[in-house]
Design a protein around this ligand. Structure first.
Ligand SMILES: Cc1cc2nc3c(=O)[nH]c(=O)nc-3n(C[C@H](O)[C@H](O)[C@H](O)COP(=O)(O)OP(=O)(O)OC[C@H]3O[C@@H](n4cnc5c(N)ncnc54)[C@H](O)[C@@H]3O)c2cc1C
Length: 403
């Protein structure tokens, strides 16, 4: 009898944990502390409200004060009021954010990585001193305008947005499509082709006060719905020389920024998989069919095993990439491989997670649909899978397949 009573006790199942190879054990005290703060913020403030915003296609402005308080603005950048810290820390924060919501991670990546990163990499001392401190405090939010309605993958050689230098003024004309944060943010980094030398240059445009600058929100997006993307139109926009980022002289400078942000997307993609997996495992432990938790079925365990294997492979890859970056060895091809590999694995992982939920996997309230849809955007933005593999292909073969 005593034995039977013991056996009737519900079995204590392990809590979902997406850090299977215990990478957290390799982090230092500062990294642990910051990650813990980000985790608390994401779980306490973002998780309870994010599905509502996702369904409504809206940005949660109510989170901005708490994001400011986190004090992570300018992580990975030294000086100019920035948070500082390593590229590893930057990646870990993005991963931790994406574990709860890829849109919040993308908002952060666009502002901190693409917009601040462009100024940090290609601005003069004066420009960095002027723009970076308020951006690090999230008082001014930025976006990054490279893609155009007719030019995406071919941006390196084909930008149609033009900049014409007349005296001390630049006149910029063109359109930028898909630009994250642009419908509401304060400033845009606009990449345009200088008609004098045909080189791509970057300009800071203040969205709310610059005549000739307008933004139309892109409607009906099915991934990263919380991030607001816009179609920017620049019509005879006049900018002083001080708004031309001084150290950016060609697309090579754009590529320097993109290298770091592709690095970041690999972390976001890994975080997105972690979140989807944890939701799926918890659901599988609780959901009963045929009188048993579905997690006890062999075919469901196969899905879960493949998910955690993908996640673990991606985590190990990006941590090594962060080491390469710290050693000054990370190149465009390293970042391209990581972006392509992790986002491809993400598509698999979120699809398997959705499968575990059966029909509920299609309902917003179960979260996994959000991860499933957001993964599609990670796969395509900041350079598609094909573009990353062409960068990698060139590096490993010594032959360029770019047209
Ligand atoms: C949600 C979201 C957010 C975004 N945010 C921003 C942002 O903030 N700022 C910004 O500037 N851009 C942003 N983008 C744009 C994004 O970077 C582009 O969508 C992406 O680079 C691809 O460009 P495209 O959409 O024009 O596709 P295209 O370049 O038209 O490509 C279409 C298809 O053709 C393939 N292809 C193209 N050329 C080749 C080739 N030579 N060989 C093989 N295959 C090829 C591509 O891989 C792709 O599969 C965002 C996009 C999305 C969806």
């Amino acid at each position: 009898m005593a034995n039977a009573a013991k056996n009737d006790k519900p079995k204590q199942l392990p809590a979902p944990n997406s850090d299977f190879y215990q990478l957290a054990d390799t982090l230092n005290a500062e990294e642990h502390e910051v990650l813990n703060q980000v985790r608390v913020f994401m779980e306490a403030k973002v998780a309870p409200i994010i599905n509502k915003y996702w369904v409504e296609d809206a940005f949660p402005f109510e989170l901005i004060p708490a994001i400011k308080e986190l004090g992570v603005g300018g992580v990975g950048m030294q000086g100019y009021g920035c948070r500082g810290g390593s590229a590893l820390l930057f990646g870990l924060i993005a991963m931790e954010m994406a574990r709860v919501d890829a849109s919040v991670a993308t908002f952060f990546g666009v502002h901190n990585g693409l917009a601040m990163g462009s100024i940090y990499a290609t601005g003069s001392e004066e420009q960095k001193k002027k723009w970076l401190p308020p951006m690090a405090r999230f008082e001014k939010i930025g976006c990054f305008g490279l893609t155009e309605p007719l030019v995406g993958s071919g941006a390196s050689g084909g930008l149609t947005t033009t900049a014409k230098h007349e005296g001390d003024t630049w006149i910029v004309n063109g359109q930028k499509k898909w630009i994250g944060n642009s419908p509401w943010c304060d400033l845009s980094i606009i990449w345009a082709r200088d008609v004098a030398d045909n080189q791509v240059k970057a300009f800071i445009v203040e969205n709310k006060t610059t005549p000739g600058f307008s933004v139309e929100k892109i409607q009906g997006k099915f991934g990263l719905k919380v991030v607001q993307n816009g179609l920017i139109t620049l019509k005879d926009v006049r900018l002083p020389e001080e708004n031309h980022l001084q150290a950016g002289q060609s697309f090579r400078d754009t590529a320097r920024v993109l290298k770091m942000t592709r690095y970041l997307v690999a972390w976001e993609a890994t975080g997105c998989q972690m979140g989807a997996y944890e939701h799926a495992l918890k659901y599988a432990q609780e959901r009963l069919q045929f009188g048993k938790p579905i997690a006890s079925f062999q075919l469901i365990q196969d899905l879960l095993a493949k998910m955690i294997a993908n996640i673990t492979a991606c985590q190990c890859l990006i941590v090594r990439m962060a080491q390469l970056q710290a050693e000054g060895k990370m190149n465009d091809a390293h970042a391209a491989l990581a972006k392509a590999f992790t986002t491809a694995r993400t598509r698999e992982t979120v699809a398997w997670a959705r499968e575990v939920f059966g029909g509920n996997g299609l309902a917003a309230e179960y979260n996994v649909a959000r991860f499933f849809c957001d993964a599609e955007a990670l796969y395509s933005y900041e350079g598609t899978y094909q573009m990353q593999n062409l960068i990698l292909g060139k590096a490993i073969t010594g032959l360029s397949a770019f047209i």
